[in-house]
Design a protein around this ligand. Structure first.
Ligand code: AMP
Length: 524
């Protein structure tokens, strides 16, 4: 039987792990790195590149290099988050057939699950090279705060990569699994996960082989990228002030500034000041201009303090939802590269009144947890039970535009709730139902998962027909809907037109398209 790999499909970096000798092991790529950039590019000579190879050519080929595409996955083209991303990303983003966001590089249009699939396929290749055997099954992690559409798209990415996705698990839950391995005592832990593009907080209870998520909260559009952006804007502004030159329209200069901002941000986690030197950043009638700027940790902290404070609001909500106070939490685990920033660590320490646990590697622990879950599923290990929750309430839109909740946020999954629908007009033969995820009372403020029509309702006076609709959230956090006419007991087949996900035909077409591309190995 082939082994199940655990994949952390990150916004910035991805990582793959397997269980070897009973312990999770992170697999290095061909270049020896334990994580690979979640980047994909088509080079100027038409080659498809992934991982480090894509990153290395990003400055000179910015428009054809895709980074941070996880920020777009499962989002509608019209969403405000997408508009913000489009302003910042050098590559072109267009509307897809399903109102989803698609990416155009080298005149070819890619869906987001396809790009994610290319990155997953690279992780699969890394694992196969290490194991010397094919791999066919995996567990993939997602931010706990991913909605149904984003989860479906991630599952599709696994299929596109040629893998069966045994389970989608939440990143903080995966981290808790890896943290809890071998620990006997009962404890409540908080996992604070700030990566490149997403933020999650989960409170879990561990003990006796059970890992139970008590509550989760977060923001799928907040992460290290936002810190980089603030610093990049500061650098641009300082350069304009000093030199009178606006570099914002110069793609190559912008890419160099973004890279330098990220590097400076990381340096400032261990240094108090750092130098940014970008020679020949501009050239005009007065000759070449060079960008030289000293940035202090204090300056960076001033630029991002509101973002860090914003995460603590979610932390507070999560602790409240878990029915706890900060002092009830025994340990705090930090996950995601951005938690290396001292101000982030200090803010989390202050909130919980304790220093975070230092025993886990924030870049690797999520993939390790996914591998642990993979081996549990493969061996049907009944000694370990994982109980996760749904991050959002699930419900339907009412006539007057309100949101009627059926399953509350933080309900343990799998969960099922049924609801009886009837007609509001005499002889009405069909009812349209809009399924939403979110927590606002106003229907349109929530995420529309899809809509379906209950048809062939027998003729009757209004209020008489009774159709029972059941809403299911499975262990992956993925929603399905079924319906039954109570008078006849007949199952109603319904198709939910999920917004933002790919159709079966599209997935198959993408799989066929990608079969012909053998990517050069990353990290070489
Ligand atoms: P992840 O999604 O967990 O791979 O986290 C990636 C994010 O962590 C990126 O925004 C990185 O810039 C950021 N990061 C990595 N190392 C550091 C560091 N030493 N200090 C601050 N941020 C970091």
């Amino acid at each position: 039987m082939s082994r199940v790999i655990g994949i952390d499909l990150g916004t910035t970096n991805s990582c793959v792990s397997i269980i070897d000798g009973g312990k999770p092991v992170v697999i290095p790529n061909t270049g020896g790195y334990k994580t690979s950039p979640s980047m994909f590019a088509i080079s100027q000579d038409g080659k498809r590149l992934v991982g480090h190879l894509a990153k290395r050519q990003a400055i000179t080929n910015a428009v054809n290099t895709v980074s941070s595409s996880k920020r777009l996955i499962g989002r509608r083209f019209d969403s405000p988050e997408l508009k913000r991303a489009a302003e910042y990303f050098p590559y072109e983003i267009v509307r897809g057939e399903n109102d989803d966001a698609r990416i155009v590089i080298s005149e070819k249009t890619f869906t987001c699950p396809e790009i994610a699939g290319i990155i997953v396929r690279e992780m699969k290749r890394v694992a196969e090279e290490y194991l010397g055997e094919p791999v066919s099954e995996c567990v993939i992690t997602v931010p706990a705060y991913f909605n149904d559409t984003q989860r479906q798209c991630t599952k599709d990415a696994g299929r596109i990569a040629g893998l069966e996705v045994l389970r989608i698990i939440n990143e903080p839950t995966a981290a808790a699994l890896a943290y809890g391995l071998g620990r006997e005592q009962e404890e409540k832990i908080a996992v604070y996960d700030l990566g490149g593009g997403t933020f999650d907080i989960s409170i879990l209870e561990l003990g006796d082989g059970v890992v139970e998520v008590l509550a989760t909260a977060g923001n799928t559009f907040l992460g290290g990228d936002d810190f980089d952006r603030r610093l990049a804007e500061y650098i641009l502004h300082e350069f304009k002030d000093a030199e009178g030159v606006d570099l914002s329209g110069d793609l190559m200069a912008m890419q160099r500034i973004k890279d330098a901002a990220e590097k400076a941000k990381c340096d400032l986690s261990s240094l108090n000041t750092t130098e940014i030197n970008l020679p020949f950043i501009a050239n005009d009638a007065d000759g070449a201009r060079h960008l030289n700027l000293e940035v202090s940790r204090e300056t960076l902290e001033g630029l991002v303090v509101d973002i860090v404070k914003g995460t603590l609001k979610s932390v507070e909500q999560c602790v409240n939802d878990a029915g706890l106070s900060p002092a009830d939490v025994d340990h705090v685990v930090l996950v995601g590269g951005q938690t290396r920033m001292p101000m982030v660590q200090a803010s989390v320490s202050e909130f919980f009144g304790q220093r975070p646990h230092k025993g886990v590697n924030p870049d690797e622990v999520v993939a390790m947890g996914a591998a642990i879950q993979g081996s549990v599923l493969a061996s049907d290990d009944r000694d370990m039970l994982l109980l996760d929750v749904t991050p959002f309430s699930l419900g339907i839109a009412t006539f007057d535009g309100h949101f009627a909740k059926l399953i509350d946020r933080n309900t343990t999954v799998p969960a099922r709730k049924s609801h009886i629908f009837t007609t509001t007009r005499d002889d009405q033969s069909a009812v349209k139902i809009r399924v939403l995820q979110g927590d606002s009372n106003v229907a349109t403020d929530n995420h529309l998962l899809g809509e379906f029509v209950l048809a062939d309702i027998p003729q009757a006076s209004k209020g008489v027909p009774e159709v029972e609709v059941a809403f299911d959230i499975d262990a992956n956090g993925i929603v399905s809907v079924s319906a039954r006419d109570l008078a006849t007991g007949k199952e109603q087949s319904i198709t939910v037109n999920a917004t933002g996900t790919l159709s079966e035909e599209e997935i198959e077409r993408i799989i066929r398209d990608n079969e012909s591309y053998d990517l050069p190995t990353a990290g070489k």
